[in-house]
Design a protein around this ligand. Structure first.
Ligand code: UDP
Length: 321
């Protein structure tokens, strides 16, 4: 197949590209390298089955030219990561909403299947555990910048469902804290990358607040596997899926584990949220996926244990780059 991956030079996107190239597909990537990196796809630039365009998904003429040629689209390009969105909320909202609108409009015109990459952030600060796909989103006030990311992703999902109502095949994958090689310490999944960098440098690991907030860290091979299943299975159309590992880990435990696996003498310091994100910050204390629907419909289950995934990620930070 000919496949477009928007954001294919990014951390998750580039792993998805690798997996699909290995399956023998022809890949098109549009990425403006705002957070994506040429290093992530450097090894493919000479490959005749790989075509890279360094441009924005907001360039409609370009997007039309490519979408016309492909059979399937994975839409991953977005401004991601709480920190990026807080630092530049306008760019976050415009790229994330308008970009998805362009992809879906063109997919509808040429009738192409689209997999929309969404985020566990859409559940907002709901503390229900585990979170099922049909559960309510609970967002804070609009004066708190963090929630604009969840809202933009939620609008993307609404748009996808609207096009599905018109008959277009779409699937939505909600990623839960993906981590692995190529993570950007300044970007998405920053806590794992930051802790590894800090531990390797012998600097203190910065645990925000009491460190009792939890996340379910999902190794990137599992993130990619879930995305491909959502694209390939007819039964996945018109639905959203939690793509995540169900093991819940506190941030303090994560810090201790990274420290141990690196063999680092670093200490652990607690930093108040206000110092990290500014005065108006609101946190999501727990975020655990209900994985039953993904298991039932996609046959998907995250398999890589946290220790193993962290070891591979640490190896990459140490010598793989
Ligand atoms: N976090 C932390 N120290 C850091 C960066 C993040 O304790 O240096 C915490 C953050 O407050 C959150 C968790 O790690 O509770 C995950 O943060 P990340 O930005 O990686 O992802 P998200 O909040 O989107 O799940």
């Amino acid at each position: 197949m000919k496949i477009l991956i928007t954001g294919g030079a990014g951390y998750i996107g580039s792993h998805l590209v690798d997996a699909l190239i290995a399956q023998g597909h022809e890949l098109y990537v549009v990425d403006n390298l705002a957070t994506g990196k040429i290093d992530n796809i450097q090894h493919l630039l000479e490959n005749e089955h790989f075509h890279f365009v360094n441009d924005s998904i907001l360039n409609e003429t370009l997007m039309e030219r490519i979408i016309e040629q492909v059979d399937l689209i994975y839409h991953l390009a977005a401004v991601v990561g709480v920190k990026h969105v807080i630092d530049n909320p306008l760019r976050g909202i415009l790229t994330n909403v308008r970009g998805t609108e362009i992809v879906l409009e063109l997919a509808y015109k040429y009738w192409r299947k689209v997999v929309i990459a969404s985020s566990s952030e859409v559940y907002g600060k709901s503390e229900k555990a585990p979170l099922a796909e049909e559960d309510d989103s609970i967002l804070g006030p609009t004066a708190v910048g963090r929630w604009s990311y969840a809202l933009a992703k939620a609008i993307d999902e609404h748009l996808a469902f609207i096009y599905h109502d018109k008959g277009l095949p779409i699937s939505i994958v909600r990623y839960f804290n993906s981590y692995g090689p190529r993570l950007d310490p300044r970007g998405y999944g920053s806590v794992v990358a930051k802790f590894i960098n800090q531990a390797l440098a012998g600097k203190p690991l910065t645990v925000f607040s009491d460190g009792q907030q939890t996340r379910c860290f999902t190794y990137v091979d599992d993130t990619v596997k879930g995305s491909i299943l959502a694209a390939n299975l007819k039964g996945a159309e018109g639905q959203s899926f939690n793509i995540g590992n169900s093991r819940e880990t506190t941030i303090l435990e994560l810090a201790q584990l990274v420290k141990k696996l690196v063999g680092s003498p670093s200490g652990i310091v607690h930093v108040p949220y206000e110092r990290a994100y500014g005065a108006d910050f609101e946190e999501t204390r727990r975020r655990v996926p209900d994985v039953r629907k993904a298991e039932r419909v996609l046959g998907f289950r995250a398999e890589v244990p946290l220790e193993e995934g962290l070891r591979k990620t640490i190896d990459w930070f140490q010598c793989g780059r």
